[in-house]
Write a protein that binds this ligand. Structure first.
Ligand SMILES: [Zn+2]
Ligand SMILES: [Zn+2]
Length: 296
């Protein structure tokens, strides 16, 4: 049995999760969850299916999205992840922007595959994109390479280190990425609540999570993901310090709303279970009240 019945951060096959929206909702219902946030990277393509599955299983699906943002070194923003909660997944404004972001990603992945070809790998754009259900990501390229070159690469991680990581040989910059300010504005414009995701993970890149929270607050972020399983996260597997209590305190000081969740991806060796981090009923009520107050 999970600790929390409300988990606001999970991923489906619409981005880099392993389970389809329906399967993920079924899994969540089996775990006894009452509310599940579907927050795929740069897409809401999984939300409507999840909502429908939720209605069948008596589980409330919180429509959400996890935007990647541009690197802004001057503001200490290093490609932060920003969550948008309470969004309308059918908003034309939102879908239009998502499409622009998707095109930017598609172009980047094509150029990345071309780079790999120039290193002598027999890898085709079509075979990588055949794996994509929503938004193409580097894991799709890595999985294709690993399947074709099992003797050359030991693991997906090996491929990232050598070719796909941000310092690696086949790295390509994305042509269209939103800034932190642009994401905040967009989320507010479509009636949602902009939330800074897992600030503690950026300590791994040498940044101070508390300064990042303060800067994001200045940009207009209205919430912060306080409850996050840092020790188990795929973002930060080697993380030793637990940031939860410090970020919790700072959220109080800055009057930021608080969210939480596991960042569940349904991977075969996932060490975190749905609901292991999340919100109590009272905390969720508080979040909803705060959102309503901010948007009306
Ligand atoms: Zn993230
Ligand atoms: Zn996530």
């Amino acid at each position: 049995m999970s600790h929390y019945q409300i988990d606001l951060h999970s991923h489906t096959t619409a981005s880099d999760g392993i389970l389809t929206p329906t399967k993920l909702v079924e899994h969540a219902a089996q775990q006894g969850l009452t509310v599940l946030g579907i927050a795929d990277h740069d897409t809401v393509a999984g939300v409507n299916e999840a909502v429908a599955a939720g209605q069948q299983h008596g589980l409330e699906v919180m429509p959400a999205i996890e935007f990647s943002t541009r690197h802004e070194p001057d503001k200490m923003f290093i490609g932060l992840h920003l969550l948008g909660y309470f969004i309308d997944p059918n908003s034309a404004t939102l879908l239009e922007m998502i499409e622009k972001v998707r095109q930017g990603r598609v172009n980047q992945k094509i150029r990345q595959i071309e780079k790999l070809q120039s290193f002598g790998f027999n890898i085709m754009v079509d075979e990588v994109f055949a794996r994509v259900k929503g938004v193409p990501g580097r894991p799709h390229i890595a999985a294709t390479l690993l399947e074709k070159y099992p003797d050359r690469f030991a693991s997906i991680q090996h491929i990232f280190e050598e070719y796909l990581g941000s310092q690696a040989k086949a790295h390509v910059k994305r042509s269209f990425v939103l800034s932190v300010g642009e994401v905040i504005e967009l989320v507010k414009q479509v009636g949602g609540l902009p939330v800074l995701a897992h600030p503690g993970v950026y300590a791994n890149d040498g940044f101070d999570p508390l300064t990042i929270v303060r800067n994001a607050h200045k940009e207009g972020v209205e919430g912060v993901e306080v409850w996050y399983p840092y020790a188990q996260s795929h973002h930060a597997p080697s993380m030793t310090s637990n940031w939860v209590s410090q970020i919790d305190q700072l959220a109080d000081e800055l009057n930021l709303l608080k969210t939480g969740g596991t960042d569940f991806h349904g991977r075969p060796h996932e060490t975190v279970a749905l609901g292991e981090q999340g919100l109590t009923e009272a905390q969720f009520d508080n979040l909803k009240q705060g959102w309503r107050k901010n948007r009306t």
